[in-house]
Design a protein around this ligand. Structure first.
Ligand SMILES: NC(=O)c1ccc[n+]([C@@H]2O[C@H](COP(=O)([O-])OP(=O)(O)OC[C@H]3O[C@@H](n4cnc5c(N)ncnc54)[C@H](OP(=O)(O)O)[C@@H]3O)[C@@H](O)[C@H]2O)c1
Length: 340
């Protein structure tokens, strides 16, 4: 589609969603943000007084409750569905991660299909729904590259098993939610088309209401741990990442470019990262960090790659450097801390 005017963004008060809102606003579109918390919606709006006439919020208390979804999709011509639980601090993975992720996608798509107006839905999936954690071993040292054709082979049973870690269960939540989206479109042939984005770890400055570094989202919290001298340094499970500003642009281009319809993209920087490299960047740029942060030469996994080039070409992305991303987030978080 190329002519969206009014876009529903779920998860609009979150790390990625708020940047998506800002890119849409900068393109002159009208946005309805969805949140469980009207207070967070108000905070997002109050922080953008110049856009008050093009930004409203709707409450979706529960994605499995069709009535609020019907209200939320009324009158919009496109949807960017970002909302999904992203936390590793869980007691019951199926209840807290997997079911809400799947219900969110199913609920939004069913509500969208019941309208005549929605022409495209973009779903924020994750590299977690692409990654096959055992593939390296099977490749026997032969280099391979992940593409948008790859799917995480996790089964639902493995994802929800009580012995499964929240990290693995989160991967399941993203796989089964994204799969539900593609299945919905194949089975129901709605009037809209679907684009899914599968970004890896996403870092960068925040645009959503965050007052202190303790409130940072899961991925940025890792960089802040590095900047505050956590020892030992965290170890990246996957060496791939993207800046949140590039990812927000990817969402908006995925929404507006007609030829993106029906595609699954992996927006990802060609540069690999490690938390050791993040520590070196912090020390190089911030004198206040030098007493506590000790950079480490962490090995970076070069055994396989990811195809971020297809998304870059199709969506017109020019990936930021890891250095810029770390400096922008850490500088911002430090200012928040000083204001406390
Ligand atoms: N950050 C990353 O590294 C990364 C990488 C790849 C993919 N992703 C995906 O990107 C999306 C956004 O992640 P984020 O990093 O921006 O996380 P975030 O800051 O935690 O934002 C997630 C948003 O989703 C909503 N949400 C969370 N749990 C929910 C639930 N149980 N029911 C309904 N809404 C819920 C929340 O909105 P309200 O509280 O306002 O309702 C929240 O603002 C997720 O789909 C995540 O899987 C993130």
């Amino acid at each position: 589609m190329s002519s969206a005017e009014y876009v529903l963004v779920t998860g609009a008060t979150g790390f990625i969603g708020a940047h998506v809102v800002d890119v849409l606003l900068s393109r002159g579109l009208r946005i309805r943000g969805a949140t469980r918390s009207p207070a967070k919606g108000k905070a997002m709006r109050d922080a953008r007084p110049q856009h008050a006439d093009r930004l409203d919020f709707v409450q979706i208390a529960d994605f499995s409750e069709p009535s609020s979804l019907t209200e939320a999709v009324k009158g919009v011509d496109a949807i960017i569905h970002v909302a999904s639980p992203f936390t590793y601090d869980t007691k019951d993975n199926e209840k807290e991660l997997i079911i809400p992720a799947i219900n969110g996608v199913k609920g939004i798509l069913a509500a969208a299909a019941a309208t005549k107006t929605v022409k495209r839905v973009v779903v924020t999936s994750s590299f977690a729904s692409v990654l096959d954690a055992d593939r390296k071993e099977r490749a026997n040292g032969v280099y391979f590259t992940y593409t948008g054709a790859d799917w995480n082979p996790l089964t639902y049973e493995e994802s929800v098993a009580p012995t499964t870690s929240a990290v693995i269960a989160y991967r399941g939540s993203k796989k089964f939610a994204e799969k539900a989206a593609w299945d919905f479109v194949a089975e129901n042939k709605p009037a809209f088309d679907l684009v899914t984005l599968c970004p890896p770890m996403t870092f960068g400055p925040v645009a959503h209401p965050v007052a202190t570094p303790a409130e940072l989202n899961e991925s940025n919290a890792m960089l802040w741990k590095v900047a505050t001298g956590e020892k030992p340094l965290p170890v990246a499970r996957v060496p791939f990442w993207i800046d949140v500003r590039d990812l927000a642009q990817a969402h908006v281009e995925a929404l507006l470019r007609p030829e993106a319809g029906g595609k699954r993209y992996i927006p990802a920087s060609p540069e690999r990262f490690s938390y050791g490299r993040a520590a070196q960047i912090v020390v190089d740029h911030f004198a206040w960090s030098r007493e506590s942060v000790v950079p480490e030469d962490q090995p970076v996994d070069e055994s396989h790659g990811v195809d971020g080039a297809t998304a870059a070409k199709a969506l017109g992305l020019d990936y930021k450097t890891f250095e810029q991303t770390v400096v922008d987030l850490v500088g911002q978080a430090k200012k928040m801390e000083e204001k406390k």
